[in-house]
Design a protein around this ligand. Structure first.
Ligand SMILES: [Cu+2]
Length: 562
C-alpha cells in the first residue's frame, strides 16, 4: 500500500527543494569562483622597436612587444592567473620577471636567467603561468641582459575587490629613464679600462607612462573625493619624487605591502620601488594646483640639463580657477622607519645575520666591477634552482652553486637579517626576489658616536615591509626576512649597470623542501635543453663537489674612487 509515489508531496518537495537549492547554490559558488578567478592573458611578441621616445633624440633600438613601445599596462584582480605568452623575436635570449611577486611554489617562473631558468631562446615561445596572490602595485620587466633598460618593462596592478580603501578613481604614474644608447653600449663604456662609471655623453630623459614627461596630463579632481595614486619607479638609475602642491599624500601601500596610513608631503622612489597614496581633494573649486615629478641623481656629478629634471602638470578643480603658488617644492628621503605594516607583525627575532658590503672593485687592468663583499657575480653553467633540485644533500653546501654566485643556503623558516652597507659614496637600491623584508635600522658607516643611528621600536611596532630598499652611499640599512619560500632567489642592485657589473647574490632557501615540493614544468626544461644547458648537477653539472671549470669572480681591489 505504501508506495514511494505516495510519499507526502509536501515532505518530498521540501526535501528535494532543499537538496536542489543546495546543489544550485554549490554550482553558483563554483561558477562564481571560476568567473572571479579568471585568466588574464597577455600575448607578447618581444621585438626590437626603433623609436624616439623622448622627442629630442636620435632614434634608438629599444625592446618592446608586438612592435610597440611602451608596453601595455597589465591589470588583474587578486586571485586571477596571469598567463604571459611570450614569443622571443630578438636575436638574443630574454626573460620576464614579475617584480615583487613571491612566486610561491613557482620559483621557475621568476624569470632570472641561470638562476630559475635558462631564459627564452631566440625564435621560441614560452608561457609564464603566475597565480596573482598579492594585491598591489608591481611591475614586469626583462631580467636577461638588462632588457628592461631598453624598454621591456611595464606596471602590473593587482586590484583587491575588498580594498580597505575604496576610492573614486585611481591614477597611475610609471617612470622610466630613457637612454639614447642601449644597455650593452652603455655597459661597454662603463666597463672599459679606466671606465668612467657613467656614460656622461649620453644623458637620459624621463618618461612618464611611456612618453616624454612634457606630455603628462592634468588630473581632474572633484571636491571632497578621494583618489589613489600609484607610483612605479621602473628607473635604471635616478631617484624620483612625487608632490601635489598643498595636498597631503596618505601612504597606504609600499612595494605591494599594505601600510597603516601615513601622511607625507613628498614620496621618493628608488629604482624598482612602488608606493600607493590616497589623496583627498579640497572641499571646493576655488583653486587649481600643480603636481610635480622630479628626477634626480645627486650621487652623480651634476650634468647640465639632465638632473634634476622636473615634470609639472595641473590638478584641475575648475577651468577658470587661479593656480596655487607654493613656497617651495619639498624633497626628502623616504622614511621607512616611521611607517608600519597594516597587518601587525612585530620585529622578527633573528636566526642568522649576514653582512653585505656593496662596493665597487677594480681588476689589475682597472676595469670596474660592482660587488657584494668584493665578489662580482658570474652566472653558473647550470641554473642554481636546478642545482638545488638535483644534488641531494650536496644542495645544502654553498660550494654546489659555485664561487661566483655569493650563494647562501637557508633553513626553512629561519629569520635572516641582512646588514647592507655602502662604504663608498655610491648608493644601491637592493631588491630581494621571493620575499618582502622588514626595514629595521639605518645609519651611517662613519658614525663613531651613534648619533645617526635610527631603529624601529622593538615592541608594539609593526615594521613596514618592502622588497627594494635604497642604501645611500656611506650608509647602512638593516632588514629582516623570513625564509619561508623554498626556492632559488637572487638579491641584487636595481641600478641596471650595477647588476651588469656583478652586484648580485643568491639565496637557496630550503633546498631539500624544494626537492620534495617543486615540480618544474616541461617547458622550462625544454628551454634549457634546446640551448645546450644542463639541468642537473652542481654549478658545472657534476653530481659531486668537483667544481672544476666553474666561473670564477675576477680578482678585485679597491684602488680608486669614481
Ligand atoms: Cu648599485
Amino acid at each position: 500500500m505504501s508506495d514511494p509515489v505516495e510519499t507526502p508531496p509536501v515532505y518530498a518537495s521540501f526535501r528535494d527543494g532543499l537538496l536542489m537549492r543546495a546543489f544550485y547554490a554549490l554550482l553558483l559558488c563554483l561558477f562564481a569562483l571560476v568567473a572571479h578567478a579568471k585568466h588574464v592573458v597577455q600575448n607578447w611578441d618581444v621585438t626590437y622597436v626603433t623609436t624616439n621616445r623622448d622627442l629630442n633624440q636620435t632614434p634608438k633600438r629599444g625592446i618592446g612587444v608586438n612592435g610597440k613601445l611602451p608596453l601595455p599596462v597589465v591589470e588583474a584582480v587578486l586571485g586571477d592567473t596571469l598567463v604571459l605568452n611570450v614569443r622571443n623575436s630578438l636575436d638574443t635570449s630574454t626573460s620576464l620577471h614579475s617584480h615583487g611577486l613571491f612566486q610561491r611554489g613557482t620559483n621557475y617562473y621568476d624569470g632570472v636567467a641561470m638562476t630559475t631558468d635558462c631564459s627564452i631562446a631566440p625564435g621560441t615561445n614560452f608561457t609564464y603561468y603566475i597565480k596573482l596572490e598579492q594585491a598591489g602595485t608591481y611591475w614586469i620587466h626583462g631580467h636577461t641582459h638588462e632588457h628592461n633598460f631598453d624598454g621591456l618593462r611595464t606596471p602590473l596592478i593587482i586590484h583587491d575587490p575588498k580594498d580597505p580603501n575604496p576610492v573614486e578613481k585611481e591614477f597611475l604614474f610609471a617612470a622610466e629613464d630613457w637612454w639614447p644608447i642601449t644597455f650593452q653600449e652603455s655597459l661597454a663604456i662603463i666597463m672599459q679600462q679606466h671606465g668612467p662609471g657613467y656614460p656622461y655623453t649620453n644623458p637620459p630623459y624621463t618618461l612618464i607612462n611611456g612618453f616624454n614627461g612634457s606630455l603628462v596630463e592634468p588630473l581632474n579632481f572633484e571636491p571632497g573625493k578621494t583618489y589613489k595614486v600609484r607610483l612605479v619607479s621602473m628607473m635604471s638609475l635616478p631617484l624620483w619624487e612625487f608632490v601635489i602642491d598643498d595636498h597631503e599624500l596618505m601612504i597606504v601601500e609600499v612595494d605591494g605591502v599594505a601600510t597603516k596610513p601615513k601622511a607625507v608631503s613628498v614620496v621618493r622612489l628608488a629604482p624598482g620601488q612602488r608606493v600607493a597614496v590616497l589623496v583627498t581633494a579640497k572641499p571646493n573649486r576655488s583653486m587649481n594646483y600643480q603636481y610635480h615629478m622630479t628626477t634626480f641623481a645627486d650621487y652623480l656629478p651634476p650634468i647640465q640639463g639632465v638632473y634634476p629634471q622636473q615634470i609639472n602638470s595641473t590638478v584641475i578643480y575648475a577651468a577658470d580657477a587661479p593656480v596655487f603658488v607654493p613656497h617651495a617644492i619639498p624633497s626628502e628621503p623616504f622614511d621607512e622607519l616611521s611607517i608600519e605594516a597594516l597587518e601587525f607583525m612585530p620585529t622578527m627575532a633573528v636566526d642568522r645575520s649576514l653582512f653585505f658590503n656593496a662596493t665597487y672593485g677594480f681588476t689589475s687592468n682597472d676595469v670596474p666591477y660592482e660587488t657584494f663583499n668584493l665578489v662580482a657575480y658570474e652566472s653558473p653553467k647550470v641554473p642554481s634552482m636546478f642545482s638545488a633540485l638535483t644534488t641531494g644533500e650536496m644542495s645544502l653546501n654553498s660550494i654546489t652553486y659555485g664561487p661566483a654566485t655569493n650563494a647562501q643556503v637557508l633553513r626553512h623558516g629561519e629569520v635572516v637579517e641582512m646588514v647592507y652597507w655602502s662604504a663608498t659614496r655610491v648608493p644601491h637600491p637592493q631588491h630581494l626576489h621571493g620575499h618582502a623584508f622588514q626595514v629595521i635600522e639605518k645609519g651611517r658607516t662613519d658614525d663613531a658616536t651613534g648619533e645617526f643611528r635610527r631603529r624601529v621600536p622593538e615592541k608594539g611596532f609593526s615594521p613596514m615591509m618592502r622588497d627594494t630598499v635604497m642604501v645611500y652611499g656611506g650608509e647602512y640599512v638593516i632588514v629582516r626576512f623570513k625564509a619561508d619560500n623554498p626556492g632559488a632567489w637572487v638579491m641584487h642592485c636595481h641600478f641596471d649597470w650595477h647588476l651588469g657589473q656583478g652586484l648580485n647574490m643568491l639565496f637557496i632557501s630550503a633546498p631539500q623542501l624544494m626537492q620534495e615540493t617543486l615540480k618544474v614544468p616541461r617547458s622550462v626544461v625544454d628551454q634549457c635543453t634546446r640551448q645546450g644547458i644542463k639541468v642537473s648537477g652542481n654549478v658545472v653539472g657534476h653530481n659531486s663537489f668537483n667544481i672544476d671549470g666553474a666561473p670564477k669572480p675576477p680578482g678585485l681591489i679597491i684602488n680608486r674612487f669614481y
